[in-house]
Structure formats: structure tokens, C-alpha cells
Design a protein around this ligand. Structure first.
Ligand code: DC
Length: 255
């Protein structure tokens, strides 16, 4: 069973998606981290951030891997090849670079299939921008998480402070507005609410309230639609070329 959580930058998707996964005992996939890892390394290699063909070739040359720290239930580290990119992909530099990279249709095609491959392996909470619309249109539950941009900037600023990253509110506010604009208006897989997604405006909700709301909805869906085991996800593999079903080029550390 797939729970798709989409929404704009800073809407709290990551913390909520992880907490929902923990509550339900699901796996967790952060698709934004995949685009971030490619963007970060492409920058270092001098690849133009809007050259979809080059980005696609480059992303094929290394494996993107999610890894667990000792004792963790959900993976918290992101590797591109052998390199641990976890901290660097959250820097403002990568925040800026990732939008054009994620807008490249050539790269998105491969990412989509890799994301579907992963999702076919069990019960997953998957977060991103196009999960309910493109990657998993048959997801059992689709959530579109929103919050007003000022609140999102406030949360991101606090989060950056904790991580020791630049946390100036006005700079973050502008960066979020720029990314919203880019993500919503790009040609390929733009950020938009799937027709059958449930929109949750979290501006005045605590994280605990959001998590409880989504987990309760998920439990209902699991019991009603999928049966207690959550149902199989094999239909997600339809249409994926065999060479991309080879998980050796992309896997999470659990496989
Ligand atoms: O969720 P995030 O901020 O880590 O996402 C980073 C970038 O990747 C952001 O510009 C949106 C883009 N993205 C996307 O286009 N599709 C996804 N499924 C996930 C992220």
C-alpha cells in the first residue's frame, strides 16, 4: 500500500511522512532527496543544471542509496555513489540548484521508474511533488499538504537554525516563493493536487495533529480497501522496462 504525500516546499512533508511511516510500520521514501543528490553532484562536476540528457547519463553512473544509521527504523542517510550527501543536499546552495534539475524531463523518467520500483517492495509512505499525480496515481491514500508561505518559512527557518544552516526568515521566504513558482509552473510533472487527494492545510495544526490525522485515515483505508496486510503493489511495475527493474543500480539499504 502506498501513501502519497505531496505539497510545496516547507509544508512539513518530510517530518510528517516519517512520523506516519513510523506510526504505521511502513517504509519511507523521500523522492526530493533523489533530485537533490543528483543536483548536488552535478554542480560539483560542472554539469549544466538544465541539461536533461547529461543529467540523466550522470545519474545513471552512480547509485542513489538510502542508508540506515545503527538502530534506525527509517533510513536517514542519502548516498550518491560512495559519497554520503545527507548534509550537503539540505544547504541553500542545493535548494537553489535542485529546481531546474527536477524540471528535466529526461531525468524524471528514470527517477519515476526507480521510485515505482522501490514502492513495489512493500508498504511505503512516499513524499514529493508528483507522487499522487504521476508516480503512484493508484496510491491508496493521497495527501496534499499545504500551509501559508509565511508559516512554511517560519518552520524552515527554525529547522535550519537547529541544523546550523543559514536561517534568515526573509531569505527563506523568498527562496520558498521562488521554488513554489518553479515547481508549480514547470512543464513536466508540475506540483499540483491530484483530483482524489485530500488537502490538509497545516498552518494552524501541530505536527502531532497532522500525523494523527493522516495515520487515522491510512488505517481506515488499509482496513477497508487493502485488507490487514495493506495489499500488494505489483501493479506499480507495469510498464517499467526490465533493465530498470534491476535494483542493483538503485536500492535502499534494507534490500
Ligand atoms: O521536497 P524537496 O524540497 O526536498 O524537493 C527538492 C526539489 O525536488 C524541489 O524543487 C521539488 C523537486 N521534487 C520534484 O520535482 N518531484 C518530487 N517527486 C520531489 C521533489
Amino acid at each position: 500500500m502506498i501513501i502519497a504525500i505531496d505539497g510545496p516546499a516547507g509544508s512539513g512533508k518530510s517530518s510528517v511522512a516519517k512520523a506516519v511511516a513510523l506510526t504505521l510500520g511502513f517504509h519511507y521514501l523521500d523522492t526530493g532527496a533523489m533530485y537533490r543528490a543528483v543536483a548536488a553532484k552535478a554542480m560539483a562536476h560542472g554539469i549544466a543544471l538544465d541539461d536533461g540528457v547529461a543529467l540523466r547519463e550522470f545519474s545513471k553512473s552512480r547509485r542513489i542509496r538510502f542508508a540506515y544509521e545503527e538502530g534506525e527504523v527509517l533510513p536517514s542517510r542519502v548516498f550518491f555513489g560512495d559519497e554520503d550527501m545527507t548534509d550537503y543536499i539540505r544547504t541553500p546552495e542545493v535548494d537553489k540548484a535542485v529546481s531546474p534539475v527536477a524540471g528535466c524531463i529526461e531525468l524524471r523518467g528514470d527517477m519515476l521508474m526507480k521510485q515505482r520500483m522501490l514502492g513495489s517492495k512493500g508498504n511505503y509512505v512516499v513524499e514529493g511533488r508528483d507522487i499522487g499525480t504521476v508516480v503512484f496515481p493508484n496510491a491508496a491514500l493521497k495527501i496534499f499538504l499545504t500551509a501559508c508561505v509565511e508559516e512554511r518559512a517560519r518552520r524552515r527557518s527554525l529547522q535550519n537554525e537547529t541544523r546550523g544552516l543559514p536561517s534568515d526568515f526573509d531569505t527563506i521566504l523568498q527562496s520558498l516563493k521562488d521554488r513554489d513558482d518553479y515547481d508549480m509552473n514547470r512543464d513536466v510533472a508540475p506540483l499540483t493536487r491530484a483530483e482524489d487527494a485530500i488537502e490538509l492545510d497545516t498552518t494552524n495544526m501541530t505536527e502531532e495533529e497532522v500525523v494523527r490525522t493522516i495515520a487515522d485515515m491510512a488505517k481506515d483505508v488499509r482496513d477497508k480497501v487493502c485488507g490487514a496486510d495493506g495489499g500488494a503493489n505489483d501493479d506499480n511495475l507495469l510498464g517499467i522496462p526490465e533493465e530498470l527493474q534491476d535494483l542493483s543500480c538503485y536500492e535502499d539499504a534494507r534490500s
